[in-house]
Design a protein. Sequence first.
Length: 331
Amino acid sequence: MNRSTKSLVFINFFLHGIIFPGLFLFSGNAQEGYHKKFYNQNNGLSHNFVRSITRDSTGFLWIATWDGLSRFDGYEFRNYYHQPNDTSSFPFFIPSKVLTDGVNNVWIFTRERTARIYDRALDPFMPIFPESVKDLAFGDMITDKNGNIWVTLDSSVCVIDVKQRSCKSYSIHGEIDSLVMLGFRPQIAIDNKGSIWLFYHNNVNYLVFKGTADKNNSIFFTALGKINIADFSSINIHNEFGNFDAYIDGSGTIWQFSKYGLFKNHKTEWTPVGTNGTVDPSNFEGKSYYIWTSDTEGIKIIDTRRESVINIPGNNGNFIECVYIDQSGII
């Protein structure tokens, strides 16, 4: 979002056909109705630049910002900040992401630094598990459909089984080797078929690689071109994460949802699906929603249950940094 007007926005949106008090009912072809409520530092948020959002199973909303982490209970914010030389704090004042796993742990991740887990009993932050990875610096961290945590290193990808509190490491190789040798730590996504995607941010491009894990604890990656974001005026405002979500439809077409728009793949070319582009929502399944944002379109959502595409226009030149939809349909 525009630096002078960044804020946290809650949008009550009719994604489930539920009537919210004072609002309109949303149905498949009806006019989309929604209500926006803004929160910023004046309301207690730790900083107006929001970088990541998640919700735990107890109902708390966790918000990673430019300066600290906020926990929101629906009424007020509880803020946590980096404290130098305090091992019960997270390791840097700008957390990159906040995630929840399958057993309701809250993970705080800062790119190129060690991660932390929120300690619900004592209210500080503790090293992650298992012991073998607690002191490592990661390039990215995501939660998969099983609630496990995936992290990237310079030459490997690791999946942390949160129930067993164990870690399995996959070495990465293939057409990605030159980047591995340079020590870059990529961003990661997992598509609906279970393939692993890595993204290397390079100025105005994301270099894209697709891989599948084998029985030898390694992943061979194939280069699939680059996603160019040079035309986005927000490029110097956003953080480095593209918020990628990969999907392969029934015809084999590959889609990348991101905060720089929706991209469609043809061999090694990625074509942006612009404002006039059409997307058939019946081609998507597996999750309730697929989300992308852009400078010109605001927020766009594929609702797979209704087989509809929902558009929430941007306004006043603001840019969307991240989007989260909870189970009640609040964005």
